[in-house]
Design a protein around this ligand. Structure first.
Ligand code: ADP
Ligand code: MG
Length: 324
């Protein structure tokens, strides 16, 4: 489709609407991107027969499984993220995700004993990687990888490489809330891309505001994406690897602005559980990462080292600009 905003191509994939915006009408490149996404969805997802992740999970406690280079690389990066000090990211969270079924039919709060049993199957150190043979082995039966928190970011970065191969250096790819902007924007006066920040728990497309970026990824993790309510308590889809229950702190969402979409995906989960105070200390060592915290008591805290322009649209929330 052509509009004043360039050429935008849409496709339903990976359980969401994918959009790709280009500034030349390059249908062949767009088609190649969607074909790549279809192939990657097939090998990364946990719910498909051909998925290499499924094959690894089925062989848990039995034998290592050889995988493609890309799959190995993604798992390697996911393991690194899981082993970062105080990380809330855990690539082996699968048994708990399956127990909670959040976002799927049949969800309810599991009993505490089941949660404890599953917790024992989520130690990321028990994911054994062999780089030479390119194999992955889950050392205990019942273990399961879940790359849901990181796969889209990894894939978005691959799309960037592919577009580069077609000589395309200005584009935006949106994998259902996981946005990667490539180069600067040819259609805005200030050359920045305008990325909307969703207002938590609204059914329409209300935005809290718009963050302006160029050549950056903007990734949000939120407790409002998938959740259920039982006995007035909200249970959402990001699980605390320490407790086995959904992460519970003052945050509604955390948006990470990063040079790569993988980094955005990784840090939006690594940091989410820390809460704001610890997260801000943690971010001090990460020069290229900026964060937008949205809290349950309706604050938007913009924590950045470079100056970012944020246009606030919802004034029920209080904007705090923590530019250091
Ligand atoms: P979204 O699917 O909304 O983009 P995230 O990127 O925040 O969400 O990833 C959430 C998904 O990651 C969950 O649906 C689950 O599959 C998986 N997951 C849940 N908790 C963790 C965790 N602590 N570490 C890694 N992955 C997780
Ligand atoms: Mg994520």
């Amino acid at each position: 489709m052509m509009s004043h905003a360039g050429y935008t191509y849409h496709r339903q994939l990976m359980g969401t609407t994918i959009s790709l915006t280009l500034f030349v009408d390059h249908k062949i490149a767009a088609q190649a991107v969607f074909t790549l996404l279809e192939q990657l969805e097939d090998i990364f997802t946990v719910n498909r027969q051909h998925s290499q992740i499924m094959a690894i999970n089925r062989a848990a406690g039995q034998h290592p499984v050889a995988v493609d280079g890309l799959v190995f690389d993604l798992i390697y990066q996911a393991k690194q993220a899981s082993l970062l000090p105080n990380s809330y990211f855990n690539l082996a969270i699968g048994p708990l995700v399956k127990l909670w079924k959040i976002g799927f039919n049949g969800h309810s709060v599991p009993n505490a004993i089941d949660i404890q049993q599953r917790l024992a199957l989520t130690d990321p150190r028990l994911v054994e990687l062999n780089a030479n043979a390119r194999t992955v082995f889950l050392k205990k039966a019942g273990m399961a990888l879940d790359l849901g928190a990181i796969a889209k970011g990894y894939i978005a970065d691959l799309v960037k490489v592919m577009l580069d191969g077609y000589g395309i250096s200005q584009a935006m790819i949106n994998l259902g809330g996981n946005v990667l902007t490539i180069g600067n924007s040819p259609i805005s006066a200030d050359h920045h891309w305008r990325i909307g920040l969703k207002k938590p728990f609204t059914t329409d497309d209300s935005l809290l505001g718009i963050i302006k970026v160029k050549n950056k990824s903007v990734v949000t993790s939120g407790i409002y994406e998938r959740y259920f309510i039982q006995d007035q308590q909200l249970y959402h889809h990001i699980i605390d690897p320490q407790t086995g229950y959904p992460l519970d702190n003052e945050l509604q969402s955390l948006t990470i602005i990063a040079p790569t979409s993988l980094a955005g995906d990784v840090y939006s989960t690594v940091i989410f559980g820390m809460g704001i105070k610890t997260a801000i200390t943690y971010l001090k060592q990460l020069n290229s990462i900026a964060a937008i915290f949205v809290t349950k008591d309706q604050k938007i805290i913009l924590h950045t080292k470079q100056q970012y322009d944020f246009e606030q649209l919802d004034h029920q929330y209080q904007l705090i600009n923590d530019y250091i």
